[in-house]
Ligand binder design. Sequence first.
Ligand SMILES: NC(=O)c1ccc[n+]([C@@H]2O[C@H](COP(=O)([O-])OP(=O)(O)OC[C@H]3O[C@@H](n4cnc5c(N)ncnc54)[C@H](O)[C@@H]3O)[C@@H](O)[C@H]2O)c1
Length: 239
Amino acid sequence: MNGRAVVTGAGSGIGAATVRCLLAEGWRVACLDRNAEAARAVADGQPVIVVDVADEAAVIQAMAEAEAELGGIDALATCAGIYETTPFFASTAETFRRVNEVNVIGSFLCIREAALRMAPGARICTVGSVAGLRGGGLAGTVSYATSKGAVITLTKAAARELGPRGIAVNTVAPGMIDTPFAAGPLADPAIRKRIEGMTSFNRLGTPEEIAEVITWLLSPKASYLHGATIVADAGMVMY
Ligand SMILES: NC(=O)c1ccc[n+]([C@@H]2O[C@H](COP(=O)([O-])OP(=O)(O)OC[C@H]3O[C@@H](n4cnc5c(N)ncnc54)[C@H](O)[C@@H]3O)[C@@H](O)[C@H]2O)c1
């Protein structure tokens, strides 16, 4: 029997695979997403909480609800995120605002509110991206890459603050993963082939392959990892 976890972005892709992986490992999981129907389809009887992670008041309420439903919070995976593919010269302040609101501020709010309810020994995993290490260059463009660089830095800053409280904070930085998120750009066979060719295995990743890393980072088996960026990208970056 494992502990009590909160997963944001639980309704699709990496978040949904993480919910399934945690459930298989015996965790109880509160499934948070802005899409209630999608989260319910994944939750398998676990609590579903509808929230826009960019909405501060809603996140405060959602984490309180998760704590009440589960009886406490031992782990958090922040998988909610959005993609942004506006080209460089077409990007505007508004382009940056929304992607940062969800990916960066949303991750921060969830970390803060979960950590307030965590005891020593708890663990947090954010979801960065190789885009945040490479500066993009896959399918997401400038505002997305910038937001993911910020998630990686946010994770380190949170690790500095929360480590002394006994809360471990790490990030996984996936390469290109075959999820609904990436379906738009990957529908172009030339883009798909180019990105596959950037990996040493000549293939994209699956959401389950990232969920396994997240589940491990949330487990006591990762007890000496803190402030780390674990790149899971089939050798695309070799960071
Ligand atoms: N798929 C990839 O190639 C890839 C690569 C690197 C990093 N990532 C990151 O992984 C994370 C998950 O991506 P995915 O591929 O599983 O995407 P996805 O689109 O399949 O799933 C994202 C989920 O997050 C939810 N969500 C989006 N905005 C939200 C908000 N404001 N509040 C609450 N829920 C919200 C969506 O409803 C959806 O269920 C994202 O942070 C993404 O940046 C994805």
